[in-house]
Structure formats: C-alpha cells, structure tokens
Ligand binder design. Structure first.
Ligand SMILES: C[S@@+](CC[C@H](N)C(=O)[O-])C[C@H]1O[C@@H](n2cnc3c(N)ncnc32)[C@H](O)[C@@H]1O
Ligand SMILES: [Zn+2]
Length: 380
C-alpha cells in the first residue's frame, strides 16, 4: 500500500494514497483501508483548541484510524502525560505506529482492541469518541473510561437518527420519539446530550456541556463528567421535551413531557425527546477558547473557528432557534430578510445551526409581528 504524507495542524501524517482507492476519478475516505477525512479538519481544529483548555493528564483516542487526532492533541493541546491510541483495524495500527514515531511522541501507547472492551479497562482524564456514524454504542463505555472528574469528546454523524428523520433509528439509538421539528439541528444536539446524560446517570455521574456545535452534517461536543449520585440527579432534572406549535410556530422546552396544546394559541404541538433542556455551552469555557485563538493563528481554518466561537458565545443566552422560512410559510406571507428580523427584534442573533435561523428572547407574538412587518417591507 502506497502511503502519502499530509500536514494538518502541527502534525505530519502518513495516509493511504487516495489515488490508489479512487473509483472513476472519485474518492470517498470510506473506500480507503484506513480512514482519513480532510472534511473533518475543522472538527479536529476546534477540538484541538478545546482540549488545550482541558489540558488533560491522559488521553484515549478510542478510534484513531491514522492517529491524527491524538497526535494533534499531543503536539498542540498541552496534554500533560500519556496518550493511548486505539483502533480495531490492524492496518490502522501499522499506520498509527509509524505516525506516532514520525511525530516524535514519546509517552504514547498504540493498542488494537475493540473500543468498548478497552474503555472498560482503562482510566484516563479525556476520552475522544470519533466513530463512523452513531456514537450511541460507545457512550456507556466511553464514560466508564473516565477518572472521577473526566472529559468526553464526541462526534456524531448520524443526523437522521438524532434529528428524528428516521423514527425507528431515533428510538433504537437514542430512545427519542416524536415528530421532526423545524429547529431539528438543535433538537439533534439536545437529543445526543440527553443520551449522554442518561448513560452518565447510570454510572452516578453528572454532565456539564462545555462546548457543543453543528457543522457540515455532524455534531461535535465536549462534556465534563462529575462523580456523584446527586450530580447525576441534578443532570437528569435537565432532561425534558422539545415542542413546536403547528399553528403559530411557538417553540419551547419543558420538563413536562405531556403538553398537548400551545400555551400561546392553544394549537396542537409537535414534540420530540427526551432532550437536554440546559445550556449547550459553558460561557467560561467559550471565553477561554476565544482567548486561545491567537495561539492557533497557524491553522488555515482559524478564521472560521473564531467565527464559530463568537456565534456560540452570542447564542448561548438564548433558547431554541426559529426559522424565518417556516414562520412566514405558516403565516402565508413573503419571507423577510434575516437582517430585517434581527434589527426588528432587537434582542436577537443569527444561529450557527442554520442560515435561515435566529434566536431571540422576544415572545412569539413579537416575532410574528416582525415577520409581518418584514414581509410588507419586501412587497413595497
Ligand atoms: C471515523 S474513523 C476515526 C477517524 C479519526 N479519529 C480521525 O479524526 O481521523 C472511525 C475509526 O473507528 C474504528 N472503529 C470502528 N469501530 C470500532 C470499534 N468497535 N473499536 C475500535 N475501533 C473501531 C474504525 O476502524 C475507524 O478507523
Ligand atoms: Zn401556538
């Protein structure tokens, strides 16, 4: 197998030559015997910044593929001590070993194991879960691999299960049921956090989301886990249901899981859950990420990362996002521009989840007034 070298962040990594595994001039990373996806570089860049703040003493890169994540954490994220690389694919193991050596990592171990089996045997401060598709089968063991106070990083690409597009897989993977909501991208992230919270609670741990976001058809999040039955109970209190009124569009979250009618207009509501109803991000952690931006100026994506962090900071005090296209179609009027909506509402921001979306603390009647005003503006 021919290997080629690529550079990402401060790492120089050997990957199987994509040209050898192309079909009719096309290439999908999944066709390669060892997975490396350049479209996930942004995910890794933001993760490197987040892990640099955690500055863990030990790391488990549970699904390493080429080793790129763990190697980048070692070179860029202030890991204090050991990094364990793991993959069940024997060809991965050969490549990880070469990459670990070529990047001069000293305190690292390369293991070939099933991730779940390994995660039940080790204890580290930070575990990274980056599976193909759903992280659901790995969450329980991932949490059990953490020390008393530990951190979990998770990537999820199974959006149809998380957002409720595929009802059967939503139930199977996340125990989530109900209908698809217009703010489905946020709903998916909240369903994933709820699943993590429940898996943590079984192990008498509570969770605190530090940073969580959507990008390019995946979710990425970091949570802190704290030991203790009381912490677990407090976490479970943050689980509830997401609602959206079919008539007026009002969206809300509640710990009451049996609401049938909209509190504003008494219209029928759609529901989806269980979902996390707490904050998606920790303000202090986001501020630290923002402060760190200058030390990562060597990353080609740093402008995008900085914009995302700014967005998350701006969005953090608001609850669910609304969509101008959905509300104006419900009202059977033209869609106003986003700029008009933000100005009209005053207390509102765009959301990173969706270019058609905004978050606001205004009431649904004020939102509808602005949609109406913006629509008239367009017509004149
Ligand atoms: C999406 S790739 C990981 C990509 C890598 N973390 C990165 O940032 O480039 C998923 C990897 O998980 C491995 N894998 C899948 N199921 C596994 C399991 N049960 N135990 C260990 N490794 C597994 C696959 O062999 C594959 O290399
Ligand atoms: Zn309503």
């Amino acid at each position: 197998m021919k290997l080629v070298e690529i550079i990402e962040g401060k790492a120089k990594i050997l990957i199987p030559d994509p040209a050898q595994f192309s079909r009719e001039g096309k290439f999908d990373p999944a066709w390669s015997p060892v997975f490396y996806n350049p479209r996930m570089t942004f995910n890794r860049d933001v993760s490197v910044i987040a892990v640099s703040i955690i500055s863990p003493s030990s790391v488990l890169d549970a699904m390493s593929a080429t080793g790129i994540r763990g190697i980048r954490y070692a070179l860029e994220s202030n890991v204090k001590d050991e990094i364990i690389f793991n993959d069940k694919n024997p060809i991965s193991i050969e490549i990880i070993s070469k990459n670990v050596k070529n990047n001069g990592l000293v305190n690292s171990k390369v293991v070939k194991s099933d991730a779940n089996s390994l995660m039940h045997q080790v204890k580290v401060e930070y575990t990274d879960l980056d599976p193909f598709g759903s992280p659901a089968p790995f969450l329980f063991a991932g949490i059990s691999s953490l020390r008393r106070r530990g951190y979990l990083g998770v990537t999820a690409t199974d959006l149809s299960a998380l957002e409720g597009k595929s009802k059967t897989s939503s139930i199977r993977k996340y125990g989530a049921s109900g209908g698809k909501l217009s703010f489905s991208r946020e709903a998916g992230l909240r369903v994933l956090l709820a699943k993590i919270a429940r898996e943590a609670a079984v192990q008498e741990k509570g969770i605190k989301p530090l940073v969580s976001f959507y990008n390019d058809y995946y979710y990425r999040l970091f949570v802190r886990m704290d030991d203790g039955a009381k912490k677990a109970d407090a976490t479970l209190e943050k689980l509830g249901t997401l609602y959206e009124c079919e008539a007026c569009g009002y969206s809300f979250m509640s710990q009451d899981n049996c609401i049938k009618k909209c509190p504003y207009c008494s219209g029928n509501v759609r529901r989806f859950g269980p979902a996390w109803t707490g904050e998606l991000n920790d303000q202090e952690f986001l501020d630290k990420m923002k402060e760190r931006i200058p030390s990562f100026s060597y990353l080609p994506n740093i402008g995008r990362a900085s914009k995302l962090i700014e967005s998350l900071i701006a969005e953090n005090k608001y609850e669910l996002y609304y969509r101008t296209d959905v509300l104006s179609s419900k009202m059977k009027i033209n869609m106003p521009t986003m700029e008009f909506m933000i100005n009209c509402l005053g207390n509102a921001v765009r959301t990173h989840f969706d270019p058609r979306g905004f978050k606001t603390s205004r009431s649904i009647s004020e939102v509808r007034e602005c949609i109406k005003a913006g629509s008239t503006n367009l017509q004149t």
